[in-house]
Ligand binder design. Structure first.
Ligand SMILES: Nc1ncnc2c1ncn2[C@@H]1O[C@H](COP(=O)(O)OP(=O)(O)OP(=O)(O)O)[C@@H](O)[C@H]1O
Length: 711
């Protein structure tokens, strides 16, 4: 019996096909499992037919309905795997198939497809222009090096005709996938050695023979990032019955490498810009780890309760709702986990208070003791130094390094600060209350003395965790292979946490991986958003050195973000209503639209306006009612981890972004001042990078100083 495989490009469109066409696909595909190759060729209903003037002689089409045909790559080398690559209206199917060539990449050994006809037509035009171009894009890379990286004759000729990155982008849809990625990395300035390591080695099968000529079935098997092999009739039926989201199956090789490596010798760190599939990699790692034993328990954490609820849902999808597996994973926030530990171990339920209540207690302490420092300073000192370093008494505080704090403190001032800390903690005790970070510290103590409850800890959104939270995670699993799998993006740090992971027992040296392909947003949204961060540098996830977004890019293209100032808030709100209405008219569902602002106050006004216009809205606060329909309204903080087809960022004005009240005056503490500004800048970056296809950023009055080119 022949075997059957599907390309990702087929799945991308399958969901949108009308029902009769999908039924036709199901029927046609079932024949591939029921008939022999000879019977397939003879089957009248399937009508397997070669394509006239095809550049690839293996191209066939099959009948799906009277008007639609499937495009199939048929083996001609004695191997038995047929590949369904596309389903299109009759004439389009023939035209599409005639132009394409499938080939095995000589370096990665994976199957790639190119539009050979368009490449042949375009390349000479670019070559003519290249003769007078002042510089060529790949002038510094030799032919030999390009060939070692898998570039073949036709692509080499095209590559040699390119003058800049924009031209490479214009070729992007025509070039074979792996070769395109190699060229994109080189164009970003990565060295050939880096490209070989990050693109070729991660894809090339470990047991690939020296000689690259292999049969189609082997090449297909080498292409797990883009091709799914079907193992039996039942699997085929299930796949076509309830189509899956691509992320469940087609991992980028850089995701697969980190998620499915049999074992990592210790904590692993996965970083990458927004939308690069870090959460997806974390979920697949959970799946892999579950398969490694029959009973090991896993703690999967993220930052907010709403994100935890979302993660639980998608993990269910990935694990096919297998209850036995799902029972072995606790999906929660670090704070909720710590709270649970304290509750069970000490038989008391901690009652953490929020930021506003804490601020009041600090103010009361300053006032009662007549301290010379401000409540804000005390709160920051407590967070970054006392809790950050887990200092338990005044002697420890007097001896502590205050690295990262911008003002020196002699012993007398430190004693004064410590008296404030003691008073604050006394207030908490008097109320029978505590704070989340104190709960974490207590939980870490409680866990420290006993057997770690988990075999593995997987941490998403790690960039915002405070050292006290890291301590509780560290205590939740014994140090050793596969103990911790940590994903995060330092560019999305929106709470003021500073960590040195190494000093917290989470050393990831030699086990750090980076994801660079954005699956969420268009290149236009990404490039614009990345410019928000151009003027600054951010610390790495592990706290040593600086991180960068080099090589970060998207495969999708769309409209440029709409960036617009208004005379008044009223006018801005009216333009929002117009934009949302236009999006709904264009076919977006209300829940595919996100509206966000720095403050709830702005959102209140937007909510009123949208409601008055008859548009359903839903505020996202903590745990959103996920089923209800409505345009999502959230503060920038609550946008963390979410995504929408369209995002409107409101109120990006001076004084609001950055929020003046949240910025420590430079005179009070220059380092904290810079940290506060960076945090607010990252917050705007997070908000903008939630958009998949459409982004608008508006304000009234003067624009936020963070916005690039607003003149
Ligand atoms: N291999 C893949 N194939 C298809 N889609 C993918 C893949 N990986 C991720 N995605 C999709 O890209 C989007 C972003 O993925 P994900 O949320 O994992 O990124 P992230 O790096 O965690 O983002 P952020 O840091 O911005 O929260 C999601 O819609 C996800 O389903």
């Amino acid at each position: 019996m022949p075997r059957l495989a599907f390309t990702q490009s087929f799945w991308d469109g399958y969901d949108t096909l009308e029902k009769p066409i999908r039924t036709g696909v199901r029927k046609a595909m079932a024949k591939f499992h029921a008939l022999s190759v000879a019977e397939l060729n003879a089957d009248k209903g399937l009508h397997l037919e070669s394509v006239e003037n095809a550049r690839d002689p293996r191209m066939r089409t099959i009948r799906i309905t009277d008007f639609w045909r499937g495009v199939v790559l048929a083996p001609d080398d004695g191997s038995d795997t047929f590949l369904l690559v596309n389903v299109l209206p009759h004439n389009d199917a023939y035209t599409w198939a005639a132009k394409r060539i499938y080939s095995a990449n000589s370096a990665t050994r994976a199957l790639e497809v190119r539009d050979a006809v368009a490449l042949d037509q375009l390349t000479p035009l670019y070559e003519t222009a290249a003769r007078t171009a002042p510089q060529l894009l790949f002038a510094d890379v030799s032919d030999g090096t390009l060939r070692e990286l898998g570039i073949d004759d036709q692509v080499l000729r095209a590559a040699r005709s390119l003058a800049d990155k924009a031209q490479l982008d214009a070729f992007a849809t025509l070039l074979p996938e792996d070769q395109l990625e190699v060229l994109q990395y080189l164009a970003e300035g990565f060295s050939p050695e880096e490209v070989y390591r990050d693109v070729v080695v991660v894809r090339r099968p470990a047991d690939a023979p020296a000689e690259p000529v292999e049969d189609l079935a082997t090449v297909i098997a080498n292409t797990s990032a883009r091709i799914r092999l079907v193992t039996g009739a039942q699997e085929l039926e299930e796949m076509l019955e309830k189509p899956f989201a691509a992320w469940r199956v087609f991992l980028h090789p850089s995701q697969r490498r980190v998620a499915y490596r049999a074992s990592h010798s210790g904590p692993v760190q996965v970083t990458g810009g927004p939308g690069t599939g870090k959460t997806v990699a974390a979920l697949h790692r959970v799946k892999h780890l579950l398969g490694r034993s029959d009973d090991g328990r896993i703690l999967l954490t993220t930052y907010t309760n709403a994100l935890a609820a979302g993660l639980r849902d998608v993990l269910g999808l990935l694990l096919d709702e297998d209850e036995a597996l799902l029972r072995r994973v606790d999906v929660t926030t670090v704070d909720a986990f710590a709270n649970g530990v304290v509750r069970t171990e000490s038989a008391t339920a901690p009652k953490p208070i929020g930021d506003r209540d804490q601020r009041q207690l600090w103010e009361k302490a300053v006032k009662q003791l007549g301290l010379t420092c401000t409540a804000r300073f005390l709160a920051q000192e407590y967070r970054h130094v006392v809790l950050g370093q887990d200092l338990r008494d005044m002697d420890a505080y007097l001896a502590a390094s205050r690295r990262g704090r911008g003002t020196g403190l002699g012993p007398a001032r430190r004693r004064e600060v410590w008296s404030g800390v003691q008073r604050f903690e006394q207030f908490l005790r008097d109320r029978g209350a505590t704070t989340h970070l104190r709960v974490c510290a207590r939980a870490a103590d409680l866990l420290g003395g006993r057997q770690a409850p988990y075999a593995h800890v997987v941490v998403d959104e790690a960039q915002d965790l405070h050292p006290a939270q890291w301590r509780v995670l560290r205590a939740a699993v014994s140090p050793g292979p596969d103990d911790m799998f940590v994903t995060g993006d330092p560019h999305q740090r929106i709470y003021d946490s500073r960590v040195s992971l190494g000093s917290l027992g989470v050393t990831t040296t030699g086990r750090s991986f980076r994801l660079r392909v954005n699956y969420r947003s268009t290149e236009e949204i990404l490039a614009w958003s990345a410019r928000l961060l151009t003027p600054v540098s951010v610390d790495t996830l592990e706290g040593e050195g600086t991180d960068s977004l080099a090589g970060y890019r998207s495969l999708l293209h769309g409209r440029s973000p709409q960036v617009q100032g208004h005379a008044t808030r009223q006018e801005e709100a009216e333009s929002l209503v117009d934009r949302v209405r236009a999006l709904l008219d264009a076919g977006l569902a209300p829940h595919e639209i996100g509206v966000c602002a720095r403050f709830n106050l702005f959102l209140d006004a937007a909510e009123d306006k949208l409601k008055a216009a008859g548009i359903p809205v839903l505020r996202i606060r903590g745990q959103a009612a996920r089923q209800a329909e409505g345009v999502r309204l959230a503060t920038m903080h609550a946008m963390k981890g979410l995504e929408f087809r369209a995002v409107a960022v409101l109120g990006a004005a001076e004084g609001s972004v950055p929020f003046a009240r949240e910025i420590t005056p430079r005179e009070a503490d220059p380092l904290q001042h810079e940290a506060d500004l960076l945090r607010e800048r990252c917050l705007l970056f997070v908000a903008c990078t939630r958009a998949r296809e459409i982004l608008s950023v508006t304000w009234s009055g003067a624009a936020s100083p963070f916005l690039p080119n607003t003149t």
